[in-house]
Design a protein around this ligand. Structure first.
Ligand code: NAP
Length: 311
């Protein structure tokens, strides 16, 4: 039986709908809506698109969103000064600095900027204070993609406690916080990476398998225990016809989209996994829409926490 497809668009909408009363209550109490500042440096096409959809979703959810732009020639000090101003802003509860930053800013620019954001406004959940709280199981602001996956599992009635979970990928943004969230929810968690030996055998032990590598179609049937829940985080744009034709059998629905657009965004999970998994997040329409929903949820949470802290 083919896997149940977990619909991230519907779950994302449900998360946003559930926030509406909280946004209204906050706006009444504070005399202003929750606010987020989105910082965009330069004019990378992909980043423009991401920031645009975050602004749109915020507006639709009753959240104030302000775009703060810096030119591609801005220095790291210019950016740190902007972050400092936003840290002191009364109307911004959240600050998001869109990655990637221009290479000219230096290899450690992202780390320096994320470290400079007030942890109370760190709606991306990347600040070491918030990561530390996550380790201790008492985080308020957690990285959006992994926390969205937990929401997706909960809202799809997929049990986490007591299961074996395997996370492939150990990035600070996805893999590590994902593993911690699953552990905090009482799964028995294994984290895999590029040095893991016999990866398919390790992955096959999972009741919940999270693939966050950025390698299209890497996770094949051999990695999946029949009936397992498979979460595909990967989003890699591919325009190479040979790769597309290797992954999708003739007649597959995604081939028509490729013919139309000349490229596809591919997940890390091979299409054949649909035949063995119990439940599966599609790409697109799986994990992606949850990330923005959780960013808005974090903004509302930050706004509430800041209001409470003021007494
Ligand atoms: P990343 O920082 O590049 O990390 C990739 C991880 O995968 C690393 O830990 C790496 O291991 C591991 N890996 C790479 N090749 C491997 C292999 N052959 N076997 C086992 N492990 C391997 O990537 P990321 O930021 O976590 O993102 C992962 C994917 O998720 C990307 O496609 C990204 O675009 C996507 N993403 C999607 C969303 C969304 O909203 N849908 C959000 C964030 C990211 P090492 O540590 O050993 O190098």
């Amino acid at each position: 039986m083919p896997a149940r497809l977990l619909d991230g668009v519907a779950v994302g909408q449900a998360i946003r709908a559930s926030m509406r009363p909280e946004v209204e209550a906050f706006t009444r109490e504070a005399g202003r809506p929750p606010g987020i500042a989105l910082v965009l440096v330069g004019n990378d096409g992909g980043s423009e698109l991401y920031v645009g959809s975050k602004m749109k979703s915020a507006g639709e959810s009753g959240i104030r969103a302000d775009l703060e732009r810096l030119p591609a020639t801005a220095s790291i000090d210019d950016l740190l000064r902007l972050v400092d101003r936003l840290n002191r802003s009364d109307v911004h509860d959240g600050i998001l600095v869109q990655s990637p930053l221009p290479k000219e800013m230096g290899a450690d620019a992202e780390r320096r900027v994320f470290d400079a954001i007030d942890p109370a406004k760190d709606v991306d959940g990347f600040h070491p204070t918030n990561v530390g709280r996550l380790v201790q199981g008492r985080a308020s602001l957690v990285a959006c993609t992994p926390s969205g996956i937990i929401e997706m599992l909960d809202r799809s009635n997929i049990e986490i406690a007591g299961t074996r979970a395997v996370v492939i990928g150990r990035s600070d943004i996805v893999g590590k916080p994902m593993a911690l969230l699953l552990l905090n929810r009482h799964a028995t968690v294994t984290v895999c990476h590029s040095r893991t030996k016999d990866l398919p055998a390790v992955a096959r032990e999972a009741d919940i398998l999270v693939a966050a590598l950025g390698r299209p179609g890497f996770v094949t049937k051999d990695f999946v225990k029949p009936g397992a829940t498979v979460i595909d985080v990967g989003t890699t744009p591919v325009s190479d016809r040979a790769v597309i034709e290797r992954l999708f059998a003739p007649g597959h629905r995604r081939l028509a989209a490729f013919e139309k657009r000349g490229s596809l965004v591919l997940g890390d999970v091979h299409p054949e996994v649909e035949e063995v998994a119990g439940a599966l997040t599609p790409v697109p329409g799986g994990v992606g829409p949850l990330t923005i929903a959780m960013l808005l949820k974090n903004t509302v949470r930050a706004a509430q926490d800041r209001l409470r802290a003021r007494g």
